[in-house]
Write a protein that binds this ligand. Sequence first.
Ligand code: CP
Length: 317
Amino acid sequence: MKNYTNVKDLGDLNLAVKEALEIKKNRFAYKHLGENKTLLMVFFNSSLRTRLSTQKAGMNLGMNTMVLDINQGAWKLETERGVIMDGDKTEHLLEAIPVMGNYCDIIGVRAFAQFENKEDDYQEKILNQFIKYSGKPVFSMEAATGHPLQGFADLITIEEYKKKDRPKVVLTWAPHPKALPQAVPNSFADFMNEADVDFVITHPEGYELDDKFVRGAKIEYNQDKAFADADFIYAKNWAAYADPNYGKILSKDMSWTVTTEKMALTNNAYFMHCLPVRRNMIVSDDVIESPQSIVIQEAANREISAQTVIKRILESL
Ligand code: CP
C-alpha cells in the first residue's frame, strides 16, 4: 500500500479485517518491519484517540514516532499559492511539506474540512498536497471528507460483535451544538457499503451526504422506523453537505438524541460512536453507559486499524 486515504486502498476488505484480527492477537509480531523507520504524524486539528492509537501502532511496529502540532509551536502555514505573505503566516505549505518528508519514512496527516469552500474541502487540498510534495507514503488521520482509520476500526468492531452473518447497521444523525464535518459519516458509509451488512442511513431532511459515499444505501428520514430491528446503531452529527447550506447547522432537534427509548426499538442493538461524544446531545448517559455500548472497544480498535495500515505501508517501502 502506497497511500491510505479511503476504503479502496485496503483492497479485499475481508482479507484486511482478517489481517487486523491476526495483528490484534499478537501486535508485536511485526516489530522488525519498522526498525530504523520514522513515522511523522502531522496534526492541523486536535485529537485524543488518533494521536495515541496511531503512535502506539507505530511503536508496536518498531518505528520511531514524531508528532507535529501545526497550531502549537510550529510556524503558521500559508496553504494558498499566489498569496502575498505579509500577514501572520511565516511559512508556506509547499516548503514545509518536502522539509517534513526529509525527516521521516511515512507521514500521517490530520486536516479537517474548513467549511470555507466546499470544493477545496472535497478536493482534499491539504492531504493531496502532502501526497504530491512529501515524497513519502501518506495516510489520512482524518481529512476533509473521510476518516478511513475510523471506518476501518468501526468495521473491525462490527465483525467482532455481530451475531448474524448480515447484521442491520444504522447510521443516525444526532444533534450537536457546533457544525461538524462529514468525514466520519462519509467513511462509515464507504465501509458499510463494501461490507456484508444491511445498511440504513437516517437523518433529518437537508442532511443528505455526498452521493459518492452514500452509493445507493437506503435513506430513511424517520429515525424510529430506521431503528426497527437494528443490530448496530452508529450515531454521529454532521453539518449539511448540500448547497446552499454546506457546513451549516439546519437542526438541533433533540428528538434525534439516541435514548433508551430509541434503543428499545432495535434488536437489542449495540451502540457505537467514534468519540469524542457530547452526552445528552448525541446520546443519553444511560445508553452510552449501558452494556450495549461498545464505544470503548471501538476506540481500542483504532490501534489495530492504524497498525494494519502502517504495516502494509512498511511492507511496500
Ligand atoms: N475518533 C477520533 O478520531 O478521535 P480523535 O478526534 O480524538 O482523534
